[in-house]
Write a protein that binds this ligand. Structure first.
Ligand code: BG6
Length: 492
């Protein structure tokens, strides 16, 4: 993405990774850092100070990191590994007390602008920030990186933001939504604002509706202690899906400055129509998977995984309306769920049909309205379906067919040495540079919670329990009725 360097922000010279032996560090962060090093993107002398409660020696930890990298499909390059392992250090500490965090100090000697990455339970954010402040490690040049969830509702998110904000200034807080590190999400900005083609059409005159689907085949499994408190609405829709919606719906920002981009996103969130009790029943669906078959394998129901009955939803579909000039009358249909038949993250921009068909009866039924399909996962692709003449001749005049004009982003990964990046690579690099364009600002998180709280309240008022759906299906039948009510259908 084109960068607007933060003039007064120095390049970070160290990363302090809290929760370094946890799942996120192992699966995403440590490999991302290795790949950044392999691509020559880590600053010279950049240090990675890993910390957790576990008592390991530095050598033990380095060995663990090597095993993590070896278990990945990409080969580990000896020269890169030598350089990368030289950056690694490990100190066990209790990060919730100033005395504990002070143990890190001797290992950060001479470092001016470390970034602190909290890959730990969000319930500890306030304490760790307090400890960073108490130990004197948090200075005007340091930055803090937080993972979602930031709270469970508006009120609790405010408390977290207050606590973190009392130690770090807003421009030094990097709230991660890893979807913003995905190539295609950034591509959405390029597509909209680096082409003249789409922007004049990007409104309620030409667009009929928008669909955003985030479907997962995985179940909740042993993550239920976290998930059961959140459910699909708070785990996926409040953050990832509303971020996608913002990128589709926002006005062109004046430039790529973090302030400009995030101001536009906040305006979209503020324009979301508040849910009422009637909307809960007519414009939303909650679901929970029961046992079924996904990808040919039997899968247990959520309550079996959870070990007891629960009213947490694992599926949500809803219609969101944006009350502004551009989008008045254009519904955004959002759906996400676990244990669905396939993994798919997709945005569909459905254009309106041609106002009048000049084609004869034969072609009448061939005519399909244009559609821009943006696939984020499992493969990245952007395709615009256009009507074409079917090749050849036949009785009864011209026949038409819908054909995709595809950017085939998949091919971009086929060259020698090219690979699909982990979303965190982009994000870590941006924190290093102090660029928070792709991070979520406090007012954004809070506006998103305000709207999501409205949905949760409407569900509670309407007494809406989740409807069961068999694992491996596309959610409760109500999800189809939801979109069909306005004579539209999910694109499958
Ligand atoms: C996380 C959610 O934020 O995103 C998970 O907590 C979800 O429940 C995951 O599975 C999906 O991320 P991705 O990148 O695999 O689509």
């Amino acid at each position: 993405m084109a960068k607007t360097p933060q003039a007064e922000t120095p390049l970070s010279d160290a990363l302090v990774l809290f929760g370094a032996t946890g799942d996120l560090s192992r699966r995403m962060l440590l490999p991302s850092l290795y790949f950044l090093d392999a691509d020559g993107l880590l600053p010279v002398g950049f240090k990675i100070l890993a910390t957790a409660r576990g008592q390991y020696s530095r050598d033990d930890f380095v060995e663990q990191v090597r095993d993590i990298l070896k278990a990945r499909p990409e080969p580990v390059d000896d020269a890169v590994w030598k350089r990368f392992s030289g950056r690694l250090d490990y100190v066990a500490c209790d990060a919730t007390s100033a005395e504990g965090v002070a143990e890190l100090k001797p290992h950060l000697e001479g470092r001016q602008s470390p970034m602190f990455f909290l890959a730990i339970s969000p319930s500890l954010y306030a304490k760790v920030c307090g400890a960073l402040s108490g130990s004197g490690l948090a200075t005007d040049d340091t930055r803090i990186v937080l993972e979602k969830p930031i709270g469970r509702d508006l009120e609790s998110s405010r408390q977290v933001n207050e606590a973190v904000g009392s130690v770090f200034a807003e421009e030094r807080i990097f709230r991660i939504d890893h979807y913003l590190g995905k190539e295609t999400v950034q591509n959405l900005i390029a597509l909209r604002f680096a082409n003249t083609l789409f922007e004049p059409l990007w409104n309620n005159l030409t667009i009929d509706h928008v669909q955003i689907t985030v479907a997962e085949t995985e179940g909740v499994g042993d993550r239920w202690p976290y998930y059961d408190e959140y459910g699909a609405l708070r785990d996926m829709l409040q953050n990832h899906m509303l971020q996608l919606l913002c990128f589709v719906a926002m006005e062109p920002p004046a430039d790529m400055d973090p302030r400009s981009v995030r101001n536009e996103k906040v305006k979209v969130l503020r324009s979301l129509r508040r849910f009422t009790r009637a909307d809960a029943q007519n414009a939303s669906v909650r679901g929970q998977y029961t046992k079924g078959v996904v990808g040919g394998k039997e899968a247990p129901g959520y309550e079996t995984e959870r070990g007891q009955p629960t009213s947490t939803e694992t599926f949500v579909a809803l219609r969101a309306d944006i009350d502004n000039w551009r989008w008045a009358g254009v519904p955004f249909f959002l759906r996400t769920g676990k244990r669905l038949p396939e993994r798919r993250t997709q945005i569909v921009i459905q254009f309106k049909p041609v106002p009048h068909s000049i084609f004869g009866d034969g072609a009448k039924h061939d005519l399909v309205a244009n559609r821009l399909v943006i696939d984020l996962q499992p493969d990245e692709d952007i395709a615009l379906t256009l009507m074409n003449k079917s090749p050849g001749i036949s009785h009864g005049g011209m026949r038409l067919q819908s054909m995709p004009l595809s950017l085939s982003l998949l091919r971009a990964y086929e060259g020698p040495g090219s690979r699909r990046r982990i979303a965190y690579e982009r994000l870590l690099l941006d924190v290093m540079h102090g660029d928070n364009t792709l991070f979520v600002r406090r007012d954004e998180v809070e506006e998103a919670w305000r709207w999501v709280d409205g949905v949760a309240d409407a569900w509670a008022e309407a007494g809406m329990a989740p409807k069961p759906y068999a694992a491996g299906s596309w959610g409760p039948s109500g999800a189809f009725a939801l979109i069909e009510r306005s004579d539209r259908a999910w694109v499958d």
